[in-house]
Design a protein around this ligand. Structure first.
Ligand code: ADP
Ligand code: MG
Length: 382
């Protein structure tokens, strides 16, 4: 094969943006039904009423975030009376953090970092809404993260019952949930349930044909012609379908292209795709780790070390003793943490029947990969 060395400013990307995770594609097919339903739900807000509450539910990579962002952008284009606010609950996962984001959207800057109570925050927001006669539409993306932190009831209560203290305030919620084992409706307490009453919009996984169409479009938009042969696109589609997550496919295209560039080739080869897949297939792990606090990462690292050492499932109590040697946390705090890891699908927490009930931990990922990704998070490399 003839190799031609890429010059330093030569690239295979026509537009690298289209492979970024927060890129909102112009072409967005196969989600018309969901977008139409979502538009129906928020419509009362356009006329000054309270938008109907909604849960968008589906596995990761099924277009939930993008659909909500599209609808929000459209609202912003047509009115200032309905104010859509997008919140990423992986980052902002407390009541205070959520309301700080709302404050920022309304006042143009975050509230002061200290010395402001939640009550003052809510007060300022509610009065501004009353004065401007604006309705809020709050999008809680990855709302399941509020559940792991036991914040969901606080957040929803403050949002949905604020009109009781501030007459005329109208707030609707769009909650996005990627964890299919979680049902927000049953998790919320009675005080919240009576005002939440959401309609659920389901986002089914894309079929192989749909994935081919979507990834094919990205390739045309993002890469120069002939960089990816069609039989190799098939391979990418196959691996994406296997992982069930469109984000894996988009990440795979980006990494395979970078790998070809690094080798100074003008087109992608099968080896680039195979190499890239080894990283991209752990996308879920990488995102989950990014959402953890430093202390949680440390504990997860110890669990992985112990799993390697014992070469089997580990006993939750024994792991705690090991963890405690390195991280000074109470058992209660530790147990909360592993429950969160379980809910995040990082590990499986289960019981062994027998004398007494022993709690066992099994990681859902190869512990070596977990440690490798933790190290990566530390050094900040992708
Ligand atoms: N129908 C579609 N057409 C084009 N790109 C899509 C489509 N659905 C999802 N994507 C892309 O796939 C990725 C994952 O979509 P996203 O909306 O983040 O899914 P979710 O929020 O369900 O995990 C994003 O990069 C998005 O641009
Ligand atoms: Mg999403």
């Amino acid at each position: 094969m003839k190799r031609s060395l890429l010059m330093w400013d030569e690239t295979l990307f026509r537009d690298p943006e289209v492979f970024e995770i927060d890129y909102v594609p112009e072409q967005f097919n196969h989600r018309d039904t969901q977008i139409r339903e979502l538009a129906f739900q928020v419509r009362p807000g356009l006329r000054g009423g309270r938008p109907l509450n909604t849960i968008c539910r589906g596995l990761p990579g099924t277009g939930k975030t993008t659909s909500v962002r599209k609808v929000f952008a459209e609202i912003e284009e047509v009115t200032q009376k309905l104010v859509p606010i997008y919140i990423n609950c992986q980052i902002d996962n407390t009541k205070f953090a959520v309301f700080s984001q709302i404050y920022r959207r309304i006042f143009g800057h975050l509230p002061p970092a200290s010395g402001v109570s939640f009550k003052q925050l809510l007060d300022a927001i509610a009065r501004a809404l009353q004065r401007e006669e604006q309705v809020l539409l709050v999008g809680l993306d990855d709302a399941n993260y509020l559940l792991y932190e036991n914040e969901i009831n606080h957040v929803l209560y403050s949002l949905l019952r604020s009109h009781e203290a501030y007459p005329g305030v109208r707030i609707g919620v769009v909650a996005i949930v990627s964890d299919m084992s979680v049902s927000l409706q049953t998790e919320v307490d009675a005080r919240v349930a009576s005002v939440f009453r959401p309609t659920e919009i389901y986002f089914p996984p894309y079929s192989e044909e749909e994935i081919r169409g979507i990834l094919g479009e990205r390739v045309v938009q993002g890469l120069y012609p002939n960089v990816l042969r069609s039989d190799l696109l098939d391979l990418v589609v196959e691996q994406t379908t296997k992982s069930g997550d469109l984000r894996v496919g988009i990440d795979l295209l980006k990494r395979a292209t970078l790998s070809a560039e690094k080798a100074a080739r003008r087109s992608i080869e099968q080896e680039d795709i195979c190499k890239a897949y080894k990283v991209s297939r752990y996308l879920h792990l990488a995102y989950s780790l990014r959402a953890l606090r430093a202390e949680e990462r440390e504990v997860l690292g110890r669990i992985a070390e112990m799993a390697i050492r014992d070469d089997r499932e580990t006993n939750a109590g024994e792991v705690y003793h090991f963890v405690r040697e390195h991280v000074g946390i109470s058992y209660t705090r530790y147990y909360k943490m592993i429950q969160k890891f379980d809910a995040m699908r990082l590990l499986n927490l289960h019981y062994r029947q027998g004398r007494g009930r022993t709690r066992l931990i099994s990681l859902r990922y190869d512990p070596d990969r977990v440690l490798e990704h933790l190290r990566r998070e530390q050094t900040g490399s992708i």
